[in-house]
Design a protein around this ligand. Structure first.
Ligand code: ADP
Ligand code: ZN
Ligand code: ZN
Length: 738
């Protein structure tokens, strides 16, 4: 009889599969690829996914350990999802086991059953009488029975407290036989009168053209770039497409950036449809995540909305994928499996033969390039919906102006005028805390982080110096640690300082700060938004959390305190990011009747990029930026892979990368791979971070195929390099931070 050997993917960084024997008593016929098994691994146990059943192993049979337990009776992973994970692991040169563990809900990785939970439902026993003599002196039980009798489908146990049903009363009723308990899956949604809970807006001509183009391609793969200025009604187009999808009996998957997770975005979807919506984002707990995942897989959710990792949600009957704000950097995972959810969504759409819509007011240069090349259909919305005017830009040169906590005199005046006219102001500053540095005025000491090449930010409210790179925090010194003098001064301004100053300048006006420090608590964001939506004059101060997705109809002035960073950064993507941020923040102004104004403070107010962006808009900026990238041979006209390494000792990371680099050169010759440039190794932009010394090696190529051939041959060598043991290294395919 042939041997039965199980080849498993385990959650390990090693790019290989692991062989085991079948668990005792489990016949071969019970084993299907995709099923999970508990196995011994070293001194631990792990849960692996069965990839295939084979008859031979390189390991002698008596050395193979048996798996301990088969966890599934049918495979929990639909074939389509499995295929996507395989593609992902291969493209990102990542271990399949680790890829699966990033893609699957935590509880599945821990061995939880992959079936929807059963719930207990309480029913009134048919024929139970409210006038039963046993209830004569039990008014609470009678009330409970009355409530239950009003719910012919029963009441889910989890909803008892919502209906003011008391468990003790129910237990007493159960003893009397007046109520019954049934265990089943949650009740399917009872729908009334179709999918729409709210009428659709009549689309304007541009929206209609976009909608029609996408709708006529709904039967199969097609990629659409919906390029619509802020407020042009992209979301309305998504909603009407989703409606089409639901009517065709299919499910829609909507990805949104982390920053858009505000109540406003989710509510818009929930208000529109009588549909079962599954939410998958950082705010849901592990159990809710698994439930949503299972509901989507089993066709019990109609719409799935989530952030990056929701891309890996299985859908029983997928009909449409939407990527909102497709340019957003949060779609790229920056640790472990460094995937880009937008790029993978395109792969998924192609594999599953689905239409995919990428929407943005400021598309990434990659997507614009794909549209120019004819790979995506380009659909433009140039007008704001509902008649709102586009905002006007004013570049304010602050070169010789005194700045008071980052705010110039002319800007103060403009803020005062807007408030006096009864309107709201948004002040944007992409820096949390009070001040980015503390400086000794006597000797020049600055608050350097001990573990990073970075300064520590002063957070006055919490009384701390905090490093935003490694998380280290300490009390600010009273005296200079170097010279002992006490003249320590905060230098520069963060949101806390701007807030404090604005409070002093406009004492009668509420100043609301919105950044990660103020919104960390659950519900705090809702509270801020309800103040804003009351519409009275107020000032919002915040970081990029303010920039996207929100709708503030009463904001007519947007002030950008500091636009200089993106103009002289070393990262070639910095200007693209700055332009996107400026346009997105500006898009918060004048979304209703009053036209909006945007004031940009800069020391480089005449910088050609800034001039072009503010006078000709994002499309002109993007075309210019694309032609510069083409000239410089940078993405999207080239493909990159970045090998990063870090180590405790200086020089160790470079040593590893040097060796890796010479292997790559050798391979390139052996495999005769043309046109791959190896750049570096060089120190990382922040050479020391969290106590480790960091370096990187960049691989750049005009075409993808040779690059990926090289990587595939190179990685097993890197894994085997002794020098690799003392360093932590990782490969980033299509990196977005260099
Ligand atoms: P975007 O997603 O492009 O930023 P939204 O979909 O949020 O734009 O639309 C901006 C505003 O215009 C919203 O208040 C929305 O209700 C309104 N709107 C969108 N489409 C229409 C339309 N066809 N007619 C009237 N108002 C519309
Ligand atoms: Zn000093
Ligand atoms: Zn630090």
């Amino acid at each position: 009889m042939p041997d039965t050997i199980l080849r498993l993917a385990l959650p390990s960084p090693l790019r290989r599969l692991f062989d085991y024997r079948a668990p005792a008593g489990v016949p071969r016929s019970a084993l299907q690829p995709g099923m999970r098994l508990r196995v011994p691994f070293g001194r631990r146990e792990m849960i692996g996914v069965l990839i295939e059943v084979v008859e031979h192993s390189e390991v002698p049979l008596d050395k193979l350990k048996p798996a301990l337990e088969l966890l599934d009776r049918r495979t929990p992973l639909p074939a389509a999802l499995f295929k996507l994970c395989l593609w992902t692991a291969q493209y990102y040169q990542h271990s399949l086991g680790d890829t699966l563990s990033w893609a699957l809900p935590v509880l599945l990785r821990q061995g939880e059953p992959a079936e929807a939970r059963q719930e207990r439902f309480w029913h009134a026993t048919p024929g139970a009488d409210l006038n039963d003599p046993r209830l004569a002196r039990a008014p609470r039980q009678r009330e409970a029975l009355r409530t239950l009798a009003q719910h012919p489908h029963g009441v889910a146990h989890s909803l008892l407290s919502k209906l003011l049903l008391n468990k003790d009363s129910l237990d007493l009723l159960l003893e009397k036989g007046l109520v019954q308990v049934e265990v089943r899956r949650s009740a399917p949604l009872v729908r009334h009168g179709g999918w729409l809970a709210q009428p659709e807006l009549p689309l304007n001509a541009e929206q209609r053209a976009a909608f029609t183009a996408i709708q006529s391609g709904m039967d199969g793969f097609g990629a659409f770039l919906l390029y619509g200025v802020t407020g042009s009604g992209k979301t309305e187009v998504y909603l009407q497409l989703i409606h089409q999808c639901l009517q065709a009996g299919k499910q829609a998957l909507v990805l949104i950036p982390e920053i858009n997770l505000g109540p406003q975005t989710l509510e818009r979807f929930a208000r529109r449809f009588n549909a079962r919506i599954a939410l998958l984002h950082s705010g849901v707990n592990d159990r809710e995540r698994l439930d949503a995942w299972l509901a989507a897989r089993d066709g019990e959710a109609d719409i799935v909305i989530g952030t990056r990792s929701a891309l890996f949600t299985p859908l029983k009957n997928a009909g449409l994928i939407i990527i909102d704000e497709e340019h957003d950097a949060s779609y790229k995972q920056q640790e472990g499996l460094r995937y880009h959810a937008r790029d993978l969504a395109l792969v998924r759409a192609r594999q599953d033969n689905l239409p995919i819509v990428l929407g943005s007011a400021t598309p990434s240069l990659e997507s614009l390039h794909n549209a120019h090349a004819g790979r995506y259909a380009l659909l433009k919305l140039n007008q704001r919906a509902g008649g709102a005017q586009p905002p006007r830009f004013l570049r304010l040169d602050v070169k010789s102006l005194p700045l008071d906590s980052g705010i110039s005199g002319p800007l103060q005046q403009a803020i005062g005028q807007t408030l006096a006219a009864g309107q709201q102001v948004l002040v944007f500053l992409n820096r949390r805390g009070f001040a980015p540095t503390l400086l000794c005025h006597d000797c020049g000491w600055i608050s350097q982080c001990q573990r990073c090449d970075a300064r520590m930010t002063l957070h006055q409210r919490s009384g701390e110096l905090r490093c935003h790179h490694c998380g280290h925090a300490e009390r600010p010194p009273r005296q200079c640690p170097d010279c002992g003098k006490v003249d320590l001064r905060p230098v520069g301004a963060g949101t806390e300082r701007a807030e404090e100053r604005l409070n002093i300048l406009f004492p009668d006006i509420p100043v609301l700060r919105i950044d990660r420090d103020t919104t960390a608590r659950k519900g705090s964001m809702d509270k801020l938004f309800s103040t804003i939506s009351r519409g009275e004059p107020c000032i919002l101060v915040g970081t990029q959390m303010l920039a996207k997705g929100h709708h503030f109809p009463r904001v007519t002035l947007v002030a950008i305190l500091d636009a200089d960073g993106g103009l002289y950064s070393a990262d070639f993507r910095a200007s693209e990011r700055m332009a996107q941020l400026i346009v997105q923040v500006a898009g918060r102004a004048g979304r209703a009747e009053e036209p909006g104004k945007v004031i940009i403070q800069s020391h480089l107010a005449d910088h050609p990029l800034l001039v072009q962006l503010t006078e000709q808009g994002y499309p002109a900026f993007a075309e210019q930026a694309l032609s510069e990238r083409r000239g410089a041979g940078l993405p999207p006209f080239a493909h990159l892979a970045l090998l990063r390494a870090e180590a405790h000792k200086p020089g160790q990371a470079e040593g590893f990368l040097d060796e890796a680099c010479s292997y790559a050169e050798q391979l390139q010759q052996e495999l005769r791979l043309p046109a791959i440039e190896l750049l570096g190794p060089v120190p990382a932009p922040m050479e020391r971070r969290a106590g480790r010394h960091r370096a990187q090696l960049l691989l750049q190529s005009g075409s993808r195929v040779p690059l990926h051939k090289l990587l595939a041959a190179w990685l097993p060598i890197l894994e085997a390099m002794p020098a690799g043991r003392a360093v932590r290294w990782s490969l980033d395919i299509d990196p977005i931070d260099l």
